[in-house]
Design a protein around this ligand. Structure first.
Ligand SMILES: [Fe+2]
Ligand SMILES: [Fe+2]
Length: 220
């Protein structure tokens, strides 16, 4: 939970900085809303820690990989490289968050835990954050501002760090009888296929072709 709270704070700071860099007003608006939602998520996890383990409120587990992740992301923000920040925060880090939350959710549902609606809203918001990140990358590829192989290459240090974060937490996973390597593999399933395989990005591109040939059928 403390790890998730740290992640939410990182996501909040990043979305706020991205909103200041974005030139598209719709994207800027989305990022400001995301920043507010991430701040609320951090409070939810703080509340959960206070409820489950009040003694640990304010304790931060030492996660060097998380700090390194933050430093890499900060560097991309300083370079004003919005595409890399979407790759690192909305796509990869949110992918990790969603993988962890989905696993936790399965356990909580089995135990009929409270706050089901709140948990569903939180997951839906995280899904929307990851969605805009994927669309921003696909749009950058379609406009020639990025290419698949360079994004795959730039994703590598971030993915190595998400693996390291899960490995650091693996002692904890053992105590709750969970398999850390299965969680690490989960992160890959939440990433766009073109980022981890040779499959070409097609969703946004296909949609824009359909828009020209017929009436709009989907949000691009
Ligand atoms: Fe969040
Ligand atoms: Fe998020």
């Amino acid at each position: 939970m403390t790890f998730l709270e740290q992640g939410e704070r990182l996501a909040h700071n990043c979305a706020e900085a991205q909103a200041a860099l974005a030139t598209d007003s719709g994207v800027r608006q989305f990022l400001s809303t995301q920043a507010r939602q991430e701040a609320a998520h951090a409070l939810i996890f703080q509340g959960a820690i206070a409820w489950l383990a009040p003694k640990h409120l304010g304790n931060s587990p030492y996660l060097p990989a998380m700090e390194e992740y933050q430093a890499l992301l900060q560097d991309a923000l300083i370079r004003e490289d919005l595409v890399e920040t979407f790759l690192a925060e909305q796509v990869i880090l949110e992918g990790l968050g969603e993988a962890v939350l989905t696993r936790i959710e399965q356990g909580l549902m089995k135990r009929a835990a409270p706050f089901g609606r709140l948990r569903r809203v939180l997951l839906q918001q995280e899904e929307a954050h990851r969605g805009i990140g994927c669309r921003q990358l696909e749009r950058a590829i379609a406009r020639g501002k990025a290419d698949v192989s360079s994004l795959q290459r730039r994703a590598q240090p971030y993915l190595a760090l998400t693996d390291a974060i899960i490995l650091t937490l693996s002692d904890l996973f053992d105590t709750i009888h969970e398999d850390a390597s299965a969680w690490a593999a989960d992160v890959r399933t939440f990433l766009p296929k073109w980022l981890v395989t040779d499959e070409l990005p097609g969703i946004s591109g296909q949609t824009s072709v359909m828009r020209i040939e017929s009436k709009p059928i989907a949000e691009s």
